[in-house]
Design a protein around this ligand. Structure first.
Ligand SMILES: NC(=O)C1=CN([C@@H]2O[C@H](COP(=O)(O)OP(=O)(O)OC[C@H]3O[C@@H](n4cnc5c(N)ncnc54)[C@H](OP(=O)(O)O)[C@@H]3O)[C@@H](O)[C@H]2O)C=CC1
Ligand SMILES: O=C(O)C1=N[C@H](C(=O)O)C[C@H](O)C1
Length: 258
C-alpha cells in the first residue's frame, strides 16, 4: 500500500483527491493537513483519519507521498516541510516562482527524494502543451488564453505559464504586434512571458480551459483543451502517485511519468 497525506483536503481538489485515494485498492490515506481546519479527525467510510494543523507535528517519514492542493501562499513551505520529512512531494498547487522551484530542487537533490510539480494533471492539458510546443516551431506568433472559475487565486494559470515556457524553448524570442501599438485601456494586451501574450478569463460556470492561438500570413491554428469536471485531474494524480519513485529529483510536468 502507498501511504498518502493530502494537504488542502477541504478544498475543491483536496476533496476529489481524498475520494479517489479511498476508492483505490493500492492507496492508503494516512493523514490530512489544513492549518485552518477545526476538526481533529476526518471520518470517511468508517475510517478515522488524523487531521494535522501544524507542519511541525507531522512526523518524519509519516507518509510515502505528500499530495498538495493548497494555495500559492503556502505551497513553498509545504513542499519544503515534506522534503525535510523525507516524504515525496506531489504538487498540484500552482504559484511557485522559478527561484522557489530551483531552491526546492536543491533540497530534493540533497535529501535524495524524488517528487513532481504538476501544473496540470489533465491528459488533455499535457497534450495541449506538447502540441503547442510542436506548432510553435512553425508558427512562432502565438497568444495564450486561459479560462477558469472565478474563485481562482492566481493569474495567469500555472498551465498557461508552463505552456509559454515550453513555447519559448523552441522559438526565437520576439515582440508580437505592432511596435507602435498603444493600450488605451491598461492591460488590454494581457500579461507577457518572453514576448508571448497571456490572457486570463475568470467566470462562474467555468472549470479550467485553455486555448493557444497561432497566426501566420493567411492561416491560423487554434489548440484548445477543456476540463469540464475536476474528475479530469484524478487519473493523472493516481498515475503520479504510483510512479513518483521512478522520477529522479524534483521535476516539473506530468510528462515525466507518462
Ligand atoms: N495541477 C492541477 O492539475 C490542478 C491544480 N490546481 C491548483 O490547486 C490549488 C488548489 O485549488 P482548489 O482545490 O481549486 O482550491 P480551494 O481553494 O478549493 O482549496 C484550497 C484548500 O487549501 C486550504 N489551505 C489554505 N492554506 C493552506 C495551508 N497553508 N496548508 C494547507 N491547506 C491550506 C484551503 O483551506 P482554507 O479555505 O481554510 O484556507 C482550502 O481548503 C490551486 O493552486 C490550483 O491552481 C487546481 C486544479 C488542478
Ligand atoms: O485553479 C484551478 O482550477 C486550476 N489550476 C491549475 C492551473 O493554474 O493551471 C490547473 C488547472 O488549470 C486548474
Amino acid at each position: 500500500m502507498i501511504k498518502i497525506l493530502v494537504a488542502g483536503y477541504k478544498g475543491k481538489m483536496g476533496q476529489q483527491t481524498v475520494s479517489m485515494i479511498l476508492k483505490h485498492e493500492n492507496f492508503e490515506l494516512v493523514g490530512v493537513y489544513d492549518p485552518h481546519s477545526l476538526e481533529d479527525s476526518l471520518i470517511k467510510e468508517e475510517l478515522k483519519i488524523p487531521v494535522y494543523h501544524d507542519l511541525t507535528t507531522i512526523p518524519a517519514k509519516y507518509a510515502d507521498i505528500w499530495v498538495d492542493f493548497t494555495s500559492p501562499r503556502s505551497v513553498y513551505e509545504n513542499v519544503k516541510a515534506a522534503l525535510q520529512k523525507e516524504i515525496h512531494p506531489l504538487i498540484g498547487t500552482t504559484g511557485l516562482s522559478d527561484a522557489q522551484i530551483t531552491d526546492l530542487q536543491g533540497i530534493a537533490d540533497k535529501k535524495d527524494i524524488s517528487g513532481l510539480i504538476v501544473p496540470n494533471f489533465g491528459i488533455s492539458a499535457v497534450l495541449l502543451m506538447q502540441f503547442a510546443q510542436q506548432a510553435a516551431k512553425y508558427f512562432p506568433d502565438t497568444e495564450i488564453i486561459e479560462m477558469h472559475h472565478d474563485q481562482k487565486q492566481d493569474a495567469p494559470s500555472g498551465t498557461a505559464i508552463n505552456t509559454a515556457k515550453k513555447i519559448s524553448e523552441v522559438r526565437q524570442s520576439h515582440r508580437q504586434g505592432d511596435p507602435n501599438e498603444k493600450e488605451t485601456i491598461s492591460g488590454s494586451r494581457g500579461g507577457e512571458y518572453d514576448g508571448i501574450r497571456l490572457h486570463a478569463v475568470r467566470l462562474p460556470g467555468y472549470v479550467a480551459h485553455e486555448q493557444v492561438l497561432f497566426g501566420a500570413p493567411g492561416e491560423a491554428l487554434t489548440i484548445r483543451q477543456d476540463s469540464f469536471d475536476r474528475a479530469s485531474f484524478m487519473t493523472g494524480v493516481a498515475l503520479a502517485i504510483e510512479k513518483i519513485n521512478q522520477v529522479s529529483g524534483l521535476k516539473v510536468g506530468l510528462e515525466n511519468i507518462l
